[in-house]
Design a protein around this ligand. Structure first.
Ligand SMILES: C[S@@+](CC[C@H](N)C(=O)[O-])C[C@H]1O[C@@H](n2cnc3c(N)ncnc32)[C@H](O)[C@@H]1O
Ligand SMILES: [Zn+2]
Length: 378
């Protein structure tokens, strides 16, 4: 094991990391785990948390339930104004020692470590006035085992952020595992990443429902190896039904989200493929994404964030599921048209349409497949 440590800078924060995590292809778990490729995900978190805490009337307290060497928590404590307290928790004492040393070189006074199992740590902070206003869960694999305890440790009106990296399960390779972890199953489609996010949110909805708690998704993002969801937690039971299915017809390409389990295509009567049960409500809060865009300019983050936020803002109020240009082109037996043209054409015909942050060649619209093909041919 190579125990050599080096200092890097992410955002404006100095972070001590094992040298191997920078030089090796797969970051080692010993002495502590750090993935430099998750920088974009941490940048987005810093933007989301800054936006969430802007004009926030309660204490800015942040818990990282599975912190590794504390990269996210260090950045929260250092880069966001007025943070009262950050507690980073992990079972790995080496990771926590490194985190504490990083906090010293950044002169942080608002940074604490905790060595405990995640759910034990969060449960010890689940009483009123002990909870955090933002809780972050970033495990290896699925967050599902931590959803209950992380909701309990998030204050009413606070934020819960969850990462999932069990992409094979979420993308339909192991449906028994998907049912176990998320209560629903995916299907393999061009828009599988949206289904994955909706399965995670579906699971949160089931767990929160048991606790008479509801949530509103504020933001979601996806990069090569992870999904992230940012949710506002509310101490009130859900009133509206937001659990349903995504119905997809491989034959004609029709797709939509609905409450009913429809086994026959509404357009061509072919057998459908069905993902779910899953979350069919909104994925983004447009006002929140606007707030993120505004605070971004005051932070040191990757340029890519701007594009992600622009796209998210545009798609925020459009329907569930998206189409890709390649898929439509192959259905039309022609070369794909340009994304901008596709969106303009749909708008000219009176439909809503936008790019999506989930796929560079994808678009969302309220126009249905047969009409899309007719319009693109025109
Ligand atoms: C993906 S890493 C966290 C990375 C970190 N959030 C970052 O941005 O660098 C997951 C961490 O969870 C810790 N861990 C795994 N199971 C745990 C458990 N049951 N309780 C507490 N920590 C746990 C591991 O030691 C590891 O450091
Ligand atoms: Zn069909």
């Amino acid at each position: 094991m190579n125990d050599e440590l080096v200092e890097i800078v992410e955002g404006t924060t100095k972070i001590i990391v094992p040298k191997g995590s920078i030089t090796e292809k797969v970051p080692p778990k010993e002495p502590a785990f750090f993935n430099p490729r998750a920088r974009l995900s941490r940048d987005i978190s810093i933007i989301a948390y800054s936006a969430f805490w802007k004009d926030f009337e309660f204490p800015k307290i942040f818990f990282d339930g599975l912190s590794g060497l504390g990269a996210r928590g260090l950045r929260v404590a250092n880069e966001i104004d007025g943070v009262e307290k950050v507690i980073v928790n992990d079972v790995n004492p080496n990771a926590l020692e490194i985190a504490l040393n990083s906090s010293k070189i950044n002169n942080l006074k608002n940074f604490e470590i905790s060595e405990d199992e995640t759910c034990r740590f969060l449960s010890s902070h689940s009483r009123k006035n002990k909870r955090a206003s933002i809780v972050d869960i970033d495990p290896f694999g699925s967050p599902s085992r931590y959803i209950d305890c992380s909701i309990r440790a998030t204050m009413h009106g606070g934020m819960l952020a969850l990462t999932a990296t069990d992409l094979q399960v979420l993308h339909g390779l192991f449906n028994k595992a998907a049912k176990r972890r998320y209560y629903g199953v995916p299907i393999k489609t061009e828009f599988s990443n949206e289904i994955a996010i909706r399965l995670i949110l579906g699971c949160v909805n089931f767990v929160a429902g048991r606790l008479d708690i509801s949530f509103e998704p504020l933001f979601v993002d996806h990069d090569m190896h992870y999904y992230r969801t940012y949710l506002k937690i509310l101490n009130t039971p859900e009133q509206e039904e937001k659990i349903g299915y995504i119905i997809f017809c491989k034959n004609c390409g029709d797709r939509y989200a609905g409450i009913k389990y429809e086994t026959k295509c509404r357009k061509c009567a072919h057998n459908t493929e069905i993902a779910g049960p899953l979350w069919i409500g909104k994925l983004f809060d447009k006002e929140f994404v606007k707030k993120m865009s505004n605070v971004k300019n005051t932070l040191t983050v990757d340029k890519k964030c701007e594009k992600i936020l622009e796209r998210s803002k545009m798609e925020a109020e459009l329907p569930a599921t998206y189409y890709t240009l390649n898929e439509i082109a192959s259905r039309m037996n022609s070369a794909p048209i340009r994304l901008e043209n596709a969106i303009n054409k749909l708008k000219e015909h009176g439909f809503n349409a936008s790019v999506t942050s989930l796929n560079p060649g994808g678009f969302r619209t309220d126009c249905e497949i047969d009409e899309i093909i007719r319009i693109f041919r025109s």
